[in-house]
Ligand binder design. Sequence first.
Ligand code: ASP
Length: 344
Amino acid sequence: MKDIKKVGSIGLKTVVYYMCTTAFAITFGLIGGNLFKGLFPVVTTTDLAYETSSKMSIMDTIVNIFPSNFLAPIAESNMLQVIVMALLLGFAIILIGDEKNQGIVKACNRLNDVFMKCMEMILKLSPIGVFCLLCPVVASNGAVIIGSLAMVLLTAYVCYIVHGLVVYSIAVKTVGGTSPVKFFKEMLPAIMFAFSSASSVGTLPINMECVEKVGAKKEISSFVLPLGATINMDGTAIYQGVCAIFIASCYGINLTFSQMITIILTATLASIGTAGVPGAGMVMLAMVLTSVGLPVDGIALVAGIDRIFDMGRTVVNITGDASCCVVVTNLERKRDIRKAKKMQ
Ligand code: ASP
């Protein structure tokens, strides 16, 4: 993200907008999940019996974000601490300067390629794993579990739609100075492409065309959209909130307030690390579940229908990026006008 330094004020506005809307999104996901929770069943099979980890206060949660050393978080799979370390390391790499950091940047990228390859190989086996995990659950709970999957899908889609219509319409209208009706009308081709491809990165070229029709400047969209396709995943954050509540409820666990705060923090940070490709959000869900001591096996319950979740969340992801373009374009225009007035 070294460009952020160069682009200065655009970069700062973009990152602040992305972080705030993602935090809103995950909050919507948690509220939606809690509202519909009564309709999710408690799964009775012993395969899903699980002990909740010890409860922590909000203060503990905040203090716990910072690791006492660099290795413990990796050894203990403490995901929030791993993300904080990664951010710290990333900033330090930027700050030592382009000349010195070339080697480590290349090494990080190559390591990333290697781990992605490992993940790809593991994911190839996932249909068999999901089948084996899900079979006893369906056998002991019958059709009720299938019905509850429909409920969790419905919950996620209601949250996607509410977030998309409420947050982006308000942002585009009040800060972006654009009519939400025009915004959504021009965005329709990108929305349709995102829905069918489930890939933010794949939708990038068509998203660029659409935001220009809404009035965003090319110099802004060519920075904001690629960055958004990499770090801004509001739909993914909603999905993670809803699924965390669903999986907890299947295990008969009630999440505490501080656990929900941890989910908001982890999912907001996890969205930075989610790649804009199909299925990436489900991999990151493991991280969110681990951060509050929920069993990762629970992902098997939703893995079978992940593509349907993914289509909706990708639409929200790319619409969020586009709304940011409109907002930043308007703010930069106002800034230019103010500057011009001062010069006179
Ligand atoms: N498919 C999503 C995207 O490309 C990422 C995800 O799986 O949540 O934006």
